[in-house]
Design a binder for this molecule. Structure first.
Ligand code: DP6
Length: 400
């Protein structure tokens, strides 16, 4: 029977992050502990974000979750791990004698609804934003404070880096219980205002090999991955932190490209091999190197995760010319006017010299669209009750 008490409802948003030093490989599958540290840039939520509402109530009889409007299996192990972890932290806090959290709320069941403002299948790190947002929203309804790396990480390793804005490192840690495997902000979102991020959406198809299975096989079979984790990444972490600290774009860009390439090399070294890059991805790599060679300096950098889409870093003064170069090499198909999304870009003509430098025949439609964005802040709580995705009955509001 209904208690008549309204549910406790919280709505949060969380960002996507893009690794410039990649996480690939776990030393503990259950706790999701990595074999190397990683470093990422948090993207603005104006273009890419997950919004999640969590509600708890005595009236709910079971935990339930809706993703992008569809009810999903709440019994999924990683989701269960997040729920268990947040309830454990809430219990711990209660045990510490902090009495101002809602009484009995620990035994309350939770309803969760989550939506992305970008296509999940676009191969953008939706699980990172999704689990960071889940951890953040659950922490607020159950009254948990402090670092949530442990909770988000249990959903998806890279999710712990989406708990902070700006430039973030995930320290691999050493302890077997993972208590020291945490994310930490290196520099806030305002640190490097000129930095721009372009997401070149190549294919909206779902990826062939998911990262979880992919990295498992890599850990089992790739000697190169072991070498990378032990002998390459530690120095790269320090070097990348310095590049960011100094806002040294050339060094930042070169290291970003090298680390992406090494990650994809470990995929090829995996047996059977994994390849996430497509022909178009490789053409983008060529385009970036040709563009940089023409400029006589490293003005643009690419990075690729477990899929064919490119994420490109550049500075604000180079965006327009690079976009023109992409349009030249990948003439937009029918949706020419919707090719550019996100921050506005003033069109510039491409010089004949640059056209000539971008060798190779144009590939129409190779890049479907570009999302132009920048560095952004970490998760946010939305105060406006209209933002809630769940109604007072705890069920998803009808999409209007
Ligand atoms: C290539 O975090 O998706 O994007 O921990 O198994 O959920 P699980 O993997 P996930 O892996 C991300 C891998 C990557 C590189 C990175 O983001 O660091």
């Amino acid at each position: 029977m209904a208690s008549g008490k309204p549910p406790v409802v919280v709505t949060c948003t969380a960002p996507v992050n893009i690794a410039v030093i990649k996480y690939w490989g776990k030393r503990d599958e259950e706790l999701i502990l990595p074999i190397n540290s990683s470093l990422s840039v948090t993207l603005s939520q104006d273009q890419l974000k997950t919004t999640t509402t969590a509600a708890i109530s005595t009236d709910f009889t079971e935990d339930r979750i809706w993703l992008n409007g569809r009810e999903e299996d709440v019994g999924q192990p990683r989701l269960q791990a997040c729920l268990r972890e947040i309830r454990r932290l809430a219990r711990k806090r209660r045990g510490a004698g902090d009495g101002d959290s809602p009484p009995l709320s620990l035994s309350y069941k939770v309803h969760v609804a989550s939506v992305n403002n970008f296509p999940t299948a676009a191969g953008l790190a939706s699980s990172a934003a999704g689990y960071a947002c889940l951890a953040y929203a659950l922490a607020r309804v159950y009254g948990v404070e402090g670092d949530l790396s442990e909770v988000a990480r249990r959903g998806s390793g890279s999710a712990c880096r989406s708990l902070y804005g700006g430039f973030v490192e995930w320290q691999m840690g050493e302890q077997a219980d993972g208590k020291d495997s945490i994310a930490r902000q290196l520099a806030p979102e305002g640190h490097w205002p000129q930095l721009r991020v372009l997401v070149l959406v190549v294919s909206a198809e779902k990826k062939l090999t998911g990262s979880t299975v992919g990295m498992q096989t890599s850990v089992e079979t790739s000697a190169l991955l072991k070498f990378r984790a032990e002998s390459v990444v530690p120095a790269r972490m320090r070097e990348m932190a310095r590049c960011i600290q100094d806002r040294d774009f050339q060094r930042f860009a070169q290291l970003t490209m090298k680390d992406s390439n090494q990650f994809h090399a470990t995929c090829l070294d995996t047996f059977p091999p994994i390849s996430y890059l497509s022909d178009t991805s490789r053409r983008i790599i060529q385009l970036v190197h040709a563009f940089n060679a023409y400029c006589g300096q490293t003005k643009v950098a690419y990075t690729f995760d477990a899929g064919p889409n490119a994420v490109v870093f550049t500075l604000d003064d180079t965006v327009a010319e690079f976009v023109a170069a992409v349009k030249h090499s990948f003439p937009p198909a029918a949706n020419g006017d919707r090719f550019l999304k996100g921050l506005p870009v003033t069109p510039v003509p491409l010089s004949e010299e640059l056209k000539a430098a971008l060798a190779g025949d144009p590939t129409p439609g190779g890049v479907q669209y570009i999302i132009v964005t920048q560095v952004g802040p970490g998760p946010q709580v939305l105060d406006d009750p209209h933002a809630h995705l769940l109604g007072s009955d705890g069920l998803p509001k009808q999409a209007s």
